[in-house]
Write a protein that binds this ligand. Structure first.
Ligand code: MG
Ligand code: MG
Length: 275
């Protein structure tokens, strides 16, 4: 039996999700050549905590970072490091926040500066796959309906579907039943009802679907080193569709808008090196 969330629980998830949406907007300001993924991670942790939330992925299963930041051929679970962003990098920010015990989880892919047209196209197509999957959701749908809808878009664009990693149920834990694969058959899999909450998250590759894990025991890369995109939203099933809990149309409060991001980074470097 999948967890059916009460209105009170949904409110907590809406709040966590709103912070995840804000965190995406906040960090987007720092997607500049020269900034390291570790610096993004520190800024992300501080921002999340400034909103009264904890970071859902911090130490989750022993993950050595606060959020997953993956570049280019890395699909997911990239560990924040001292690598510097470069013009044209494809960067995946997979961000989570927890408010009063309830989680929001949302990944999005961005390009640093001006991207290669084939990467721009990959992002557009993977985002389309996410929304196609979401559009299959309603009270009484099967998980397979979502999986099939994602797969159909991926196949239309001849993208590699990562099969080893899946979307998931979410609520008072980040990862719960059911698994939500990015391929499958309509009418198959668990039935979803109003109040179930899931994260739908297509991971699609320009080339092969095959992946491997780096020696760091976390980072998942494409076998052929071609680029990968990842788009994820946390949603609640409603009577006739879905409600996005990690909304992307949130507006950054004025005080969180950064006019000189490199100045913030320089200050952060001084602070870190001064320790
Ligand atoms: Mg995620
Ligand atoms: Mg997820």
């Amino acid at each position: 039996m999948l967890a059916v969330r009460t209105e009170e629980e949904l409110d907590k998830m809406r709040h966590a999700g709103m912070v995840v949406g804000l965190l995406h907007k906040y960090l987007q300001q720092f997607l500049i050549p020269g900034v390291t993924t570790k610096e993004l991670d520190i800024l992300g942790k501080r921002y999340t905590e400034s909103k009264g939330c904890t970071c859902s992925f911090e130490n989750l299963y022993g993950f050595p970072g606060t959020n997953c930041i993956s570049l280019n051929n890395e699909v997911v679970h990239g560990i924040p490091s001292h690598r510097k962003l470069k013009e044209g990098d494809v960067i995946k920010l997979d961000l989570g926040a927890c408010w009063e015990g309830y989680h929001g989880d949302s990944a999005w892919t961005y390009i640093v500066g001006k991207g290669d047209p084939k990467d721009v196209k990959l992002l557009k197509e993977t985002e389309e796959a996410l929304y196609a999957g979401l559009s299959a959701i309603h009270d009484g749908c099967h998980v397979g309906d979502i999986s099939h809808a994602v797969e159909k878009v991926a196949k239309k664009y001849n993208l590699g579907i990562v099969k080893e990693l899946v979307g998931h149920g979410i609520g008072d834990k980040v990862h719960m039943d059911p698994d939500v694969p990015n391929y499958g058959k309509e009418g198959k899999g668990p039935v979803l009802v109003k109040g179930n909450c899931i994260a739908v998250e297509p991971m699609l590759n320009l080339g092969t679907a095959d992946i491997y894990q780096l020696d760091d025991n976390w980072t998942i890369c494409t076998d052929d080193d071609k680029n990968s995109a990842h788009f994820e939203l946390t949603v609640a099933v409603t009577e006739d569709g879905y409600e996005i809990l990690t909304r992307r149309d949130v507006e950054l409060p004025k005080e969180d808008i950064v006019t000189d991001p490199m100045k913030v980074i320089e200050e952060l470097r001084k602070e870190i090196n001064g320790k």
